[in-house]
Design a protein around this ligand. Structure first.
Ligand code: SF4
Length: 206
């Protein structure tokens, strides 16, 4: 497959994901950015607006407008940051949590399509996506992601089991490529010097 064909394939899937997200957001009376903020707060917990802007790759004015609307709608509230008395965190209200659940629901068509793939293909797909996202992260083309491949708890190819070769030391469990996380709440940054060896151990076994 040429790069242009890969772009075409990603674009087709991206169109479906965007279209579904917009429909979900519209049905909830939200803009797509507002829905994304709620989803990020559900994944990360209480956060500063600057962190949300960096996560979503949007400007400060855009995030400020969206947050103001979410405050008016009662989906988020401001709370003091226990780590910095001068800073403010945003956190979800119960209505915001409900909307966040809807916002992170995957399109049923994608779920059904994934179910048709053999397990080996799902593993290969997730592995390829993780590799692509890591390369974009290294090139600083996308915000930093909380991925297994950059996590201090990740033990790639720790098990002699083709279905579940990796190990998460945080939950002390083996897992396979299809379960590689892109945004994990338990992620802990690996030390800078450990990143390259970690990646080498993960990627040396195709
Ligand atoms: S804590 Fe999360 S990101 Fe880290 S290895 Fe475990 S599952 Fe992966």
């Amino acid at each position: 497959m040429t790069h242009s064909q890969t772009m075409e394939a990603l674009s087709r899937i991206g169109t479906l994901l965007r279209s579904f997200a917009w429909q979900q957001a519209e049905a909830a009376g939200l803009t797509p950015t507002q829905a994304q903020i709620l989803a990020r707060l559900a994944a990360r917990g209480p956060s500063r607006t600057g962190t949300l802007a960096a996560d979503l790759g949007v400007t400060q004015p855009t995030i400020s407008d969206a947050v103001a609307a979410l405050l008016r709608k009662g989906h988020v509230v401001r709370a003091p940051d226990p780590e910095d008395g001068r800073a403010v965190l945003l956190r979800l209200t119960s209505s915001g949590r409900q909307e966040a659940e809807a916002a992170i629901t995957p399109p049923p068509a994608i779920v059904a399509a994934l179910e048709t793939l053999p397990a080996a293909d799902r593993d290969a797909l997730q592995r390829g996506l993780v590799s692509l996202i890591r390369a974009l992260q290294v090139a600083r083309a996308i915000p930093v992601q909380r991925m297994c491949v950059t996590c201090a708890h990740f033990r790639p190819h720790a098990h002699d089991d083709a279905a579940r070769p990796h190990h998460c030391a945080f939950v002390d469990a083996a897992f396979g490529d299809a379960a590689l996380r892109i945004d994990c709440g338990d992620h802990e940054d690996a030390a800078e010097d450990d990143l390259a060896p970690l990646w080498a151990r993960f990627s040396k076994v195709a």
